[in-house]
Ligand binder design. Structure first.
Ligand SMILES: NC(=O)c1ccc[n+]([C@@H]2O[C@H](COP(=O)([O-])OP(=O)(O)OC[C@H]3O[C@@H](n4cnc5c(N)ncnc54)[C@H](O)[C@@H]3O)[C@@H](O)[C@H]2O)c1
Ligand SMILES: O=C(O)C(=O)C[C@]1(C(=O)O)C=C[C@@H](O)C=C1
Length: 287
């Protein structure tokens, strides 16, 4: 927002004094306050950026201090649970529109942000049916101002789509790295030493913040369990093909999945290239 001149004043708050000191040092906020109440006082936009399970309590804390006509949004990875937790605290005359930028890394904290994080990435908004169209248009313009592509959808659909494209893949990565760690004890660190690119990609994802991901699975329970059930069925089918020596099944399957990957690249959604728009900024650690 600051790089694009989208806000007159940016005020930050984080619960730990250490994080607040880091933000002051980095200088991307005009002011950093010691309470959430001070941060939201007089603000016309409030962005909640805490783990999904902490959104409700934070909304309750700031509610009495929100200015009439203000807009509140969030960046949580799950939408139905955030809406259910936050909406009851939003005072009349304040607009709440939930959102989710599909952009991030395995790193957390203020040092991990960078100005081009949202460029060419999707930012999904899940407004209530009776959301104020002017507030929605303003939020859309803000996200687009940071270079994001905005799409609007309902929250249950968001949670199902993200269970497929983000949540279940993270769970699989966590599991694979856990299995390798168990094996490490057998193979005496060879798993780590000789880890090939595929496994390294899993370890990057599995290094993501444990609190954030605990909350994602606790709050997007049904959709994740649904997708995990389907995943397990496919896995058993592949396991059977390997056992039976059914090369045709394996080849057809891998041909289908390769086409999906190529579709992602053609649609310009591939972010695994060495530099995907981060150059020219202070890069995140490991970016
Ligand atoms: N990291 C990603 O890839 C990514 C991408 C899109 C959306 N998100 C979502 O954005 C939100 C923030 O994630 P992030 O990656 O910026 O995390 P982060 O760790 O960088 O920031 C989260 C902040 O919340 C604070 N916090 C934690 N528990 C709290 C509590 N109980 N009460 C008050 N504050 C608390 C932390 O101290 C930290 O300052 C999450 O809801 C996450 O699901 C993350
Ligand atoms: O690249 C990564 O590190 C991510 O996992 C980012 C990622 C994703 O799954 O794409 C993770 C969680 C989000 O809510 C949005 C983005």
């Amino acid at each position: 927002m600051r790089a694009e001149g989208l806000a007159a004043e940016i005020v930050g708050y984080a619960r730990s004094a250490e994080t607040r000191a880091t933000v002051r040092e980095l200088g991307f906020c005009d002011r950093v306050t010691d309470t959430a109440a001070e941060a939201v006082a007089g603000a016309d936009l409030v962005v909640l950026a805490v783990p999904v399970g902490a959104m409700g309590a934070l909304a309750e804390e700031i509610a009495p201090h929100l200015a009439p006509g203000a807009m509140v949004t969030d960046v949580g990875s799950v939408k139905q649970a955030v809406i259910a937790a936050v909406v009851p605290h939003i005072p009349a005359g304040v607009h709440f529109i939930a959102g989710h930028p599909l952009a991030g890394t395995e790193h957390s904290g203020p040092r991990s942000g960078f100005a081009t994080l949202f460029r060419n990435r999707w930012w999904l908004l899940t407004p209530a049916e009776d959301a104020d169209p002017v507030a929605l248009a303003r939020l859309r313009a803000l996200c687009e101002g940071m270079g994001a592509n905005v799409d609007v959808m309902d929250a249950p659909h968001h949670d199902l789509v993200l269970a497929v494209t983000s949540h279940t893949p993270h769970l699989i990565a966590y599991t694979m790295v856990g299995v390798a760690d168990d094996l490490r004890r057998v193979t005496d660190s060879e798993v780590i030493r000789y880890s090939a690119a595929g496994f390294r990609d899993f370890t990057r994802i599995a290094a993501s913040d444990p609190t954030m991901w605990r909350d994602v699975f606790l709050t997007n329970k049904e959709a994740t369990l649904d997708i995990l059930g389907r995943f397990t069925e496919e896995l058993f089918a592949l396991q059977r093909a390997i056992r039976l020596g059914d090369g045709d099944h394996l080849h057809k399957y891998f041909t289908r999945t390769r086409a999906i990957r190529r579709g992602i690249i053609e649609a310009g959604q591939d972010t695994s290239a060495p530099d995907f728009g981060r150059s020219g900024t202070t890069a995140a650690p490991g970016a």
